[in-house]
Design a protein around this ligand. Sequence first.
Ligand code: PLI
Length: 476
Amino acid sequence: MTTRSWAEPWKIKVVEPIKMTDRRDRERAIRDAGYNTFLLRSEDVYIDLLTDSGTSAMSDRQWAGMMLGDEAYAGSRNYYHLERAVRDHYGYEHLIPTHQGRGAEHILSRILITPGDHVAGNMYFTTTRAHQELAGATFHDVIIAEAHDPASEHPFKGNVDLGKLGALVDEVGAARMPYLSIAATVNMAGGQPISLANLRAVYEFAHSRGIRVILDATRAVENAWFVQQREPGQRDRTVAEILLDMCRYSDGATMSGKKDSLVNIGGWLALRDEKLAEKARNLVVVFEGLHTYGGMAGRDMEAMAIGIEESVQEDHVRSRIGQVLYLGQKLMDAGVPVVRPIGGHAVFLDAAATLQHLPRERFPAQALAAALYVESGVRAMERGTVSSGRDPRTGVNRTPKLELVRLTIPRRVYTQAHMDVTAESVIEVFRKRDQVAGLEFTYEPEYLRFFQARFQPVGAPGIFGEAAMAGAAAGA
Ligand code: PLI
């Protein structure tokens, strides 16, 4: 039997032109951006794989929904549509809308954390941990060891190590642990899923010790797809059924609607407990907006409600994750070191394995992302030492085992041809890897430094070219 090719389950109705820039311009652009891809202008980018956050293409139904925006200050009908979509697909009773995911993390951290508390989670996410630390908590990573090994083929690298979690609870005491912060999928581990069985075991253990479980549901739909594909006994269930089941093993969730839910802005906090929800509603008016819009316009809430319904459709999830796998497979076939198995939202290049001539203090992942841009105009993102930041107590740089560059695929935006060009670009840089120079900080912000930090090459500029030399001569 011959296998047929798969194709995207949509056709294109509106196009946005993009153009290839020339190499000299890109050398200058990355120098002016301090070798930080976050500081590039998007006009200087050819294929933008910086993030899948807020970069999805909305459907015709979502755009039609934008015209149904009810921009009343209070009680917008779009809020009630969103509330219904969240109840139907995630199962939480109380919905508090926020402008995006970190707005929800901020409110949650403030209502649950007392300074001196401890929060454990399956690896960490930058904004999530930053809010926990700002509220006075210490974060502990209790993910399984395989998650820190890019070569491990474990099907559920997002799983919690229950032994580690149990030991932590015994050490710090359940009374100082207001909640567990459990992500599905785990972004920093490479978009890796947590199994339903592990999630259930974590929930049962946490509840036996009086600790809440809060899910980071940002990419939980993608997690549900991996559960369907990989977990024994789940193959005949729909993604929507599995998603609801996953959420049952949590007391609430924070959500960035900018990923799974196919919108450009928006998020929410959802809780089962009425009293906690009341506290959250009280704070949301201080930081985000009234509790029936939380920083979103009515039309944004409508687009998200429709996006949630579209996000759980099997065809959509299959092709979305299939496209990521298509790119990952091309890179693996060419021998480029990547995190395995390929995750849900991105292909992660293993920069530590690729740039073996660079020590961690020279930020190999930051340098590799900058080099890929110079070489091809493809924009990726560092996920390693720079993203990890410094320990807030000691001020020492954290050095995570994973030193990665993330090629993040926006949903419904690029075609397979864009994936082919991306793969060829990465393979070209991989061939020239010896020419990638290391970097040092010229500016290091205090919070979430990866967004705004600036760097310069150290030693011979290699792949960064003449512009880097001119920059060094001018003291840039
Ligand atoms: O960017 P926000 O504030 O809507 O969401 C924050 C956030 C929370 N959790 C997880 C797992 C995320 O991935 C996340 C945001 N991620 C970004 C911006 C990304 O590029 O991955």
